[in-house]
Design a protein around this ligand. Structure first.
Ligand SMILES: Cc1ncc(COP(=O)(O)O)c(C=O)c1O
Length: 436
């Protein structure tokens, strides 16, 4: 055997802050496992352990790891070269496939990550409207750039405070934070600031405070306010796009956004971000318009062909239904074991994304999600990992299934869970606990 995860982490900690390149990876208990390979619903660690993966790289792998059909498309592309710095036919095909479902007659701009895509969408909204302010919701995550790294949980309508050192309060002050699913709250804020708002950006189903679906009337209210006040509605569908259905949250809720931001699944497991909007709006982008965006790796050929292969499979098979049914089974299994344990809990699921909260009552906002007992969740993560099941290490992430998760694979969870829950409950620290 090569070096163990523990040994690799020691070495990694010398060259990466915290030993990792994205913070959530450091939260895996008792320490991050190093991956040797992955296939279908499984990852294999360098120690040779097989783990049932319910994280799926935080969302992109809707077909599971190393899908053969996607692999063929990638291989074929690699034979032709992998980066040109010049236009390439596959980018047109992927754009057309996306537009069919998200904005017929519209246009797209391909960038390299969800972060870049929301940054570009916000710049575009400001450029097109000539207004400064954007509104985001407590608990929604839109990537790691300055416009949107603003404290969650601020009182309604308060000016944003940066939630990361290094973000200037000057850049955050034009980001207003409102409460998710709170219609009177957003109506009050817009009544006060509406004429200066360039855009409202929202995750239609929050996937970054656990999973929290929007109430349909909330999204309809956002649409109405945008129409009334002349600002743009941005749906951040980096997670929900091609997951809630081919048409994502727009189709699921029957509410149309002015700009849809995509990522994750549309790159077939390779880096991507997509800004989707009407032709009029998108023509504000350089080189036609004066809103700048550019990138050496924009529309990377491997991301294009992997994304296209993925979308074609989603269009021609029942992969999305299979993934959703798998998550229904996961939440049924979770529910059963946890009910028996007597721990207060709530489970939110939308199609193939879900999360469990250890809290009393319904979780319909980030502030309620934060009341969940994270110690219990973290212990459950640890006990499941010990038994060969990988769930997100943070309560604030989502669990994901793919079309590769079959009923028999999920038997592994069914077997592991009762004992894992018993261990968690046995833990003296939680004796007699309520919700926190
Ligand atoms: C809803 C949402 N928007 C944006 C992003 C940022 O995407 P990326 O990590 O590709 O930069 C994420 C990442 O998890 C996300 O979940």
């Amino acid at each position: 055997m090569s070096r163990s995860s523990e040994e690799l982490l020691v070495e990694a900690s010398k060259v990466f802050p915290g030993g990792v390149n994205s913070p959530v990876r450091a939260l895996v208990k008792p320490y991050p496992f190093y991956v040797a390979s992955a296939e279908g619903p499984f990852v294999y660690t360098v120690e040779g352990r097989r783990l049932l993966d319910l994280v799926m790289a935080y969302g992109p792998l809707i077909l599971g790891h190393r899908d053969k059909r996607v692999l063929d498309a990638i291989r074929e592309q690699l034979e032709k070269g992998w980066l040109y710095g010049a236009p390439y036919e596959a980018e047109i095909e992927l754009a057309k496939a996306i537009l069919r479902h998200y904005k017929p007659g519209g246009m797209v701009r391909f960038v390299n990550s969800g972060t870049e895509a929301t940054m570009t969408a916000i710049r575009l909204a400001r450029g097109a409207t000539g207004r400064k302010y954007i509104v985001k919701f407590d608990g929604c995550y839109h990537g790691a750039h300055d416009y949107v790294l603003v404290a969650a949980g601020s009182a309604m309508g308060e000016y944003g405070l940066p939630s990361s050192e290094g973000v200037l309060s000057d850049s955050a002050r034009y980001t207003l934070v409102a409460e998710f699913n709170d219609e009177p709250g957003i109506e009050r804020l817009v009544a006060r600031m509406g004429g200066e708002i360039a855009a409202i950006i929202v995750e239609p189903v929050i996937g970054n405070s656990g999973v929290i679906p929007a109430r349909p009337s909330f999204l309809r209210t956002l649409r109405q306010l945008a129409d009334e006040w002349g600002f743009l509605l941005i749906f951040d569908e980096v997670i929900t796009g091609f997951r809630l259905g081919l048409g994502g949250a727009q189709e699921y809720y029957g509410v149309e956004a002015d700009i849809v931001v995509l990522g994750k699944i549309v790159g077939g497991g390779f880096p991507i971000g997509v800004v989707v909007g009407s032709r009029d709006l998108m023509e504000n982008l350089a080189p036609l318009g004066r809103v700048f965006n550019a990138g050496t790796f924009n529309a990377h050929p491997v991301s294009m062909v992997a994304g296209l292969a993925t979308i074609r499979i989603l269009e021609s098979t029942d992969a999305l239904e299979i993934a959703s049914r798998a998550m229904k089974l996961v939440t049924d299994i979770l529910g059963e074991s946890v009910v028996e344990s007597g721990l207060p809990h709530a489970i939110n699921r939308v199609e193939s994304m879900a999360q469990i909260f250890f809290v009393d009552g319904v979780v319909d906002s980030a502030s309620k999600a934060r009341r969940s007992d994270k110690r219990i969740y973290t212990r459950l993560h640890e006990e499941l990992l010990r038994r060969g099941v990988f769930i997100a290490p943070s309560q604030m992430e989502a669990l994901f299934t793919s079309s590769s998760h079959t009923r028999s694979h999920l038997g592994i969870l069914e077997e592991a869970l009762p004992e894992a829950v018993r261990e968690v409950v046995k833990d003296a620290r939680f004796k007699g606990q309520g919700s926190n």
